[in-house]
Design a protein around this ligand. Structure first.
Ligand SMILES: Cc1cc2nc3c(=O)[nH]c(=O)nc-3n(C[C@H](O)[C@H](O)[C@H](O)COP(=O)(O)OP(=O)(O)OC[C@H]3O[C@@H](n4cnc5c(N)ncnc54)[C@H](O)[C@@H]3O)c2cc1C
Length: 377
């Protein structure tokens, strides 16, 4: 069996690693150049993402990810400075109820992506923008790319994120709805804000604090093991630059509206606007790395009825959006799809039955339930 994966993000690379381990011939086409975009700063990985990584990655890769996570995050703390200095005034357990956060650990995203790419150097084609596909009479699928390349496989997987070109052609009725909400996000080296007392106050747990009429979310990432040391121990084939110049930091996020954000879109402009909001916590934003400050668009894809299975399918943000845990869902989809494709490859299952089985599971686990829709509103 041959599989084309479109998109070398979290879902696409987890799938490619898993398929390779299962002996399936896989090729990944990625629009970006090799090191063009860091694709985010950090990621809260919960049980769904962690078990997908353990199942799909070779043991050394999985050990490298686990060695470099932050500490356990079991609750979300509520902070206040109303009566003076910043103190903890409440805590909400991370029990995953009503679409809320599940327990997990913080992972440095560029490092995770570098780990996911390790060993796939001969499989990932960078600078290849997928444009369209055609299902052929013999049951295979042909894909076309912007530079004129074309390729044929038994299965085509759209792992190409929120703007998915695969979804646009395959499921044109699945529309991304812009909620008008935006999230300003950034990261600040921990040493620059150590004097503010915040890192000691919250430990490894995420925290929220009300500032200037909005709620700021904070999360510290302290690497359990130095990434340089962990690379030597677990994954010496990892690119050395993936672990260079990494230090502990605090992530912050500020929900705003598109209206408030106005035309600011470049990192420096978004960073300036974030500083205007943060009053007492200004230091955290003032000392942030301006080039990783972003305004994230919060969209949603309304759940849709089942469609007939075919050799084309989709995973992750290409088919469902979940602010705060979409990466976990993308890795979970990758794991589920990998399992059924491996079964089909071994002749234990018909291919279309396998893909249909994955899609049923994906709709059940990835589409928002009424409770999660409410919590995300
Ligand atoms: C700032 C921020 C913080 C987040 N924090 C968390 C978190 O803590 N926990 C969590 O679980 N989730 C988090 N998310 C959500 C998470 O990042 C996404 O849900 C996740 O990346 C989705 O993975 P994916 O593989 O589906 O898509 P992506 O990771 O978006 O990957 C899609 C890939 O496809 C490529 N591509 C797109 N179009 C084409 C094309 N036409 N041809 C070829 N390639 C193409 C893109 O370049 C990209 O590499 C966060 C998101 C952001 C932006």
């Amino acid at each position: 069996m041959r599989v084309i994966v479109v998109g070398a993000g979290l879902g696409g690379l987890t799938l490619a690693q898993g398929l390779r381990r299962a002996g399936v011939d896989v090729v990944v086409y990625e629009r970006d150049g090799a090191l063009e975009r860091p694709q985010g700063v950090s990621l809260h990985v919960d049980d769904r993402g962690a078990s997908a990584l353990r199942a799909c990655l070779p043991p050394g890769h999985a050990a490298m990810v686990e060695a470099t996570t932050g500490g356990p995050r079991t609750q979300t703390l509520r902070l206040s400075d109303v009566d003076g200095p910043l103190t903890v005034v409440g805590a909400q357990p991370s029990d995953g109820m009503a679409g809320g956060a599940r327990p997990g650990r913080q992972v440095h995203r560029p490092l995770l992506r570098a780990v996911l790419l390790t060993g796939l150097e001969d499989v990932v084609r960078f600078g290849a923008e997928f444009t369209r596909f055609e299902q052929r009479a013999d049951g295979t699928v042909q894909a076309w790319f912007a530079d004129g390349r074309t390729d044929i496989a038994d299965v085509l997987v759209g792992a190409d994120g929120i703007g998915s070109a695969v979804r646009r052609q395959y499921l044109p009725h699945a529309q991304v709805v812009d909620t008008g909400r935006r999230m300003l996000m950034g990261a600040t080296p921990l040493h620059a804000v150590a004097d503010a007392g915040l890192p000691g106050l919250i430990g490894d747990n995420p925290a929220t604090v009300h500032v200037s009429g909005t709620m700021m979310a904070l999360g510290v990432l302290r690497f359990a093991e130095s990434p340089v040391v962990a690379r030597q121990r677990w994954l010496p084939t990892l690119r050395p630059d993936a672990v260079a110049h990494i230090e502990d930091y605090v992530m912050w996020a500020l929900p705003v509206t598109q209206e408030w954000l106005g035309a600011a879109s470049l990192s420096a402009a978004v960073w300036r606007r974030a500083k205007e909001l943060t009053a007492d916590l200004r230091l955290i934003v003032a000392e942030a790395w301006p080039d990783v400050t972003v305004a994230l668009r919060i969209g949603m894809i309304p759940p849709m009825p089942a469609w007939p299975a075919s050799p084309v399918t989709v995973i992750g943000d290409a088919i469902h959006l979940a602010p705060g845990f979409g990466g976990n869902l993308a890795m979970q989809d990758a794991y589920h799809l990998c399992q059924v494709l491996a079964e089909a490859n071994r002749g234990r299952r018909e291919l279309l039955d396998a893909i249909g089985g994955y899609e049923d599971t994906m709709r059940r686990t990835g589409f928002p339930t009424p409770a999660t829709t409410k919590a995300g509103a």
